[in-house]
Write a protein that binds this ligand. Structure first.
Ligand SMILES: Cc1cc2nc3c(=O)[nH]c(=O)nc-3n(C[C@H](O)[C@H](O)[C@H](O)COP(=O)(O)OP(=O)(O)OC[C@H]3O[C@@H](n4cnc5c(N)ncnc54)[C@H](O)[C@@H]3O)c2cc1C
Length: 511
């Protein structure tokens, strides 16, 4: 491939995906310059420090740490030297509307023992084992065909020459193409509350289990297999560790510097124009900005038209986050808790089809003082409550919607989460609405998790990391392959960097 005269690779956006890409490229010998429009590095992995409370503002559940390990290994570093990781098991505590409570354990035998006491239904243990076996199989298929590769469609996934190979056909059959997560879960787990818990894994990708392909049932095994981890210092510690690595590797970092345009010439990306009008020549670009907005706003023209024509992508859900500094921690909570809706059909229909906040939503509650007391003044907790909402649609005005919805959320915590005196315990309160998320992180329609995984055939596919529309453009982040969530965006950064490296589009230092 022809090279431009610049010896630098430009990275737009310092979310976890952008930082992972920049670290991998620098570790492999590239000269990297990174532009971030905000004043901090880490994007959604931000922190809020107020009145002695410390809140992770975005991600709180860290799974599949092997991906993070691989990023550090690129730079000859050991993950455990950079971060103290604490394993959490039980992984979640689930609260249901009928007053029952169920802990999710990473260990299938332990989980079966928990289910024995929970449902008094012998068949359920066997059904759970079957579900986990299917989940493991689907996870291994994802590992084999989807992960660590720059994929954008089914055509990139399976090569024609292997099409009639027995093992490939077996794998394709195991994928249950045409089935949804809900279809699969409810066929295998015939207990409503346990099904509700298992379906909820698709909330990690901001999508409805009724519209997402069955392959996503593999998320359950991804989480139980490698565990749920808490980095001491919060998930913010991951962003800090990566920003330190950027420094060690000599990446040139410009915060408070938005990119206005990716400059293209002769059908390839050759430069970045910043919002202040400065032009930086580059040999290639990795964009960690939202994939759709990268094409439509930073590139525009025929390239954007080609991208839009290829496929219509739908935004994943948005959410409201309440940051509640409370003076007394709740003993009946674990670190991670799900307070489930009365009816998942009603909930997902509202969020994903009607486009309105669910009347009785599921609330995720993080109570980090259970693991690290330093997050709050003595005896208190920096409670974080996340409720998924529709992505922003015309007419959504969260200045109007929020005050009413806050009452719905707090009532749900009081009733189903058994936090009767929550209002009295609140010492500090702040909120992030879909509008805030949209503006703060410059995402599509306020989406938390990039693009929805909806569609039985295409739902698992996101825009490819190596752009098929513009040479020298690579995508990293939640709206690119393999999708959202900390491990996936870190992997997307690695894939973008690896693809760029394989393409040889930029010279390495000293050559
Ligand atoms: C409330 C919430 C809860 C979540 N919970 C979890 C969880 O528990 N576990 C989990 O694994 N994941 C969770 N996620 C998802 C996870 O946080 C994201 O998938 C991931 O952090 C996104 O990383 P990213 O690389 O896509 O970049 P982002 O974090 O989206 O960052 C992109 C960066 O690009 C910058 N940018 C955009 N445009 C430009 C431009 N033109 N010029 C310069 N810079 C630009 C932005 O300012 C931003 O800093 C959660 C997310 C949110 C918001």
């Amino acid at each position: 491939m022809a090279r431009t005269t610049s010896d630098r690779v430009g990275v737009i956006g310092a979310g976890l995906g952008g930082m992972a890409a920049a670290c991998c490229l620098a570790a492999r010998g590239y000269k990297v310059v990174l532009f971030e429009r905000n004043t901090w590095l880490g994007g959604k992995a931000a922190v809020l420090n107020e009145q002695g409370f410390r809140f992770d503002m975005g991600p709180t559940i860290l799974t599949v740490p092997s991906v993070l390990r691989r990023i550090f290994e690129e730079a000859d570093k050991t993950l455990e030297d950079e971060l103290e990781l604490i394993r959490l098991d039980p992984q979640w505590r689930c609260f249901f509307e009928d007053g029952s409570q169920l802990d999710l354990s990473e260990n299938t035998d332990r989980m079966c023992a928990i289910l024995r006491n929970f449902a008094h239904n012998e068949a359920l243990e066997e059904h759970y084992r079957q579900f986990m076996a299917v989940s493991e199989r689907l996870h291994s298929i994802s590992d084999k065909y989807f992960f660590w590769k720059p994929i954008g469609s089914i055509w990139d996934t399976f090569s024609l020459k292997d099409a009639f190979h027995g093992s490939l056909l077996r794998d394709i059959l195991s994928m249950r193409i045409g089935s949804t997560v809900s279809g699969m879960v409810r066929k295998l787990l015939r207990e409503d509350r346990v099904s509700q818990m298992a379906e909820h894994f698709t909330q990690y990708v901001g999508s409805s289990p009724m519209q997402s392909p069955a392959i996503l049932c593999g998320i359950a095994h991804m989480q139980t297999g490698e565990g749920v981890w808490y980095p001491r210092g919060g998930t913010r510690a991951v962003a800090i560790a990566l920003s330190e690595l950027l420094g060690t590797l000599g990446v040139e970092v410009h915060i408070n510097t938005g990119a206005r345009r990716i400059i293209c010439s002769d059908g390839r990306a050759t430069g970045i124009e910043t919002e202040s009008g400065r032009i930086i020549d580059v040999a290639a670009v990795v964009s960690n900005a939202d994939a759709v907005r990268t094409y439509r706003e930073l590139i525009r023209g025929d390239t954007a038209l080609r991208f839009d024509k290829r496929r219509h992508y739908e935004s994943a859900c948005s959410g409201v986050v309440l940051y509640l500094g409370i003076d007394r921690a709740y003993d009946h909570l674990l670190h991670h808790n799900f307070i489930f809706s009365r009816d998942p059909m009603e909930e997902f229909h509202s969020i994903y089809q009607q486009g309105v906040p669910a009347p009785d939503p599921s609330c995720y509650v993080c109570a980090p003082a259970q693991t690290e007391a330093a997050v709050a003044p003595k005896g208190g907790d920096a409670m974080y409550v996340l409720v998924h909402t529709p992505h922003l649609r015309q007419g959504h005005d969260w200045r109007e919607l929020y005050p009413k919805y806050r009452k719905v959320v707090l009532a749900k915590l009081e009733r189903t989460g058994r936090m009767k005196d929550i209002e009295q315990r609140i010492q500090f309160e702040s909120v992030l609405t879909p509008t805030d998320i949209h503006k703060r992180y410059r995402v599509l329609d306020g989406a938390i998790y990039g693009l929805a995984s909806h569609g039985r055939l295409t739902g698992a596919f996101k825009p490819a990391n190596r752009s098929p529309h513009l040479k020298g453009l690579y995508l990293a982040g939640g709206a690119a392959h393999p999708g959202p969530g900390m491990p996936m965006v870190l992997m997307s950064g690695w894939i973008a960097a690896d693809s760029l490296d394989r393409d040889g589009v930029a010279p390495k230092k000293g050559r």
